[in-house]
Design a protein around this ligand. Structure first.
Ligand SMILES: *Cc1c(COP(=O)(O)O)cnc(C)c1O
Length: 368
């Protein structure tokens, strides 16, 4: 089976370094919030281009902590998209705030800034653009709108480690950037983890306290926080992989360029790139009117193409009827029907990729 993403291959590719990092932590005997976490926080923040990093329990928790720190609470509105991982919206609801969902730009699958402007009101507290699939959302108009209205921008960078928008890495453009280290992400732990980055010292201090019971010193809670810590084992593993992240992203981009070159005029409409940006291809997502048949055809040939995501958040059973009416986000709903992610991860071999290309061409009726 050719998998869509493959964290085990990622482990095997760096096995010696990861094993050494794990043993280092096991033998040191300090397992939570120690030197590995502190080092990862400064290394990752510098890599993103922000002043501070705060290691946390997951990407969802990164968003939850960031939104708490900027003061989002009950009755506030937070604008994001419905074409995303449920986690983006779940983090907003954890605060009792109301997620306001806007439609996406059909070419890039990210927040449509024109639709954004239309839903801002006096209750809007934050905007959470999602850099979906590894491609930046259109940050200039989003940041402009937010600045005019005094609204904060919290970036969901769970899929965009290293992606650049006009020369700046995602996570360093808004007030706060939120990352996930879920195993399949471009920078993945071998368990759960996440990171908040910001260049605002006061916010960084607040988030650092909130992630551990609101402590500013041991056993003294100046804020009502909770526990969302990153552990030393995961931090050490992520540090080992961070050293190779630029090379891994370049591998993803090379594989994407090969799909682009080999699959024009196929059944799959290929993903356009936003100009002035870099796409780090967390996922390589095309569109097809015959998506389900194409996916089944690939599955018959042992190729695991997946759908990210088959049900927009506003149509999920837990959210249906509460956030947006069915039919009210037409581009989001069309994307859910048409998108298909082809296998892509840094260790995908040329032979495996050729098999994927061959199978898509065969479905299309193209001679290879
Ligand atoms: C993965 C993901 C998250 C959540 O991250 P977790 O670490 O799984 O909590 C949030 N937003 C997006 C867009 C994601 O892809």
């Amino acid at each position: 089976m050719i998998l869509c993403g493959n964290p085990h291959a990622g482990y095997l590719a760096r096995r010696a370094e990861i094993d050494a990092a794990v043993l280092r932590v096991l033998n040191k005997g300090w397992y939570i919030l120690g030197q590995e976490v502190a080092s990862l926080e400064s290394e990752f923040a510098a890599w993103v281009g922000a002043d501070y990093g705060i290691g946390v329990g997951s990407g969802t928790e990164a968003l939850h902590l960031a939104l708490t720190a900027v003061g989002v609470g009950p009755r506030d509105e937070v604008i994001t998209v419905s074409h995303t991982a449920v986690a983006t919206v779940a983090a907003i609801e954890m605060l009792g705030a109301r997620p306001v969902l806007v439609d996406i730009e059909p070419d890039y699958f990210t927040m449509d800034p024109v639709k954004l402007a239309a839903v801002i009101n006096s209750r809007t507290k934050a905007i959470v653009p999602v850099h979906l699939y590894g491609q930046p959302a259109d940050m200039d108009p989003i940041v402009d709108i937010a600045r005019e209205r005094g609204i904060v921008v919290v970036e969901d960078c769970a899929q965009s480690h290293g992606a650049e928008y006009r020369g700046r890495r995602t996570g360093s453009i808004g007030l706060i950037g939120c990352f996930s280290f879920y195993p399949t992400k471009n920078l993945g732990a071998l368990g759960d983890g996440g990171m908040v980055v910001t260049s605002d010292a006061a916010l960084a201090g607040k988030i650092r306290a909130l992630r551990e019971y609101g402590w500013t010193e041991r056993y003294v809670s100046h804020l009502a926080g909770w526990n969302s810590r990153l552990d030393e084992l995961q931090a050490a593993i992520v540090r080992a992989k961070l050293a190779h992240l630029d090379a891994d992203n370049a591998s993803r981009q090379r594989l994407a360029a090969t799909y682009d070159m080999e699959l024009p005029r196929s059944e799959l409409k290929l993903p356009p790139r936003r100009s002035g940006c870099s796409h780090v291809f967390h996922l390589y997502v095309g569109r097809s009117h015959r998506r389900d048949a194409l996916q089944a055809h690939l599955k018959d040939r042992e190729i695991g193409a997946l759908v990210h995501y088959p049900i927009p958040v506003h149509l999920q059973p837990a959210y249906l009827g509460r956030l947006a009416k069915p039919g009210s986000l037409p581009e989001t709903e069309r994307a859910a029907r048409e998108v298909l992610s082809l296998p892509l991860y840094p260790e995908l071999t040329g032979a495996q990729q050729s098999a994927v290309i061959e199978a898509v061409r065969e479905f299309t009726g193209l001679k290879s």
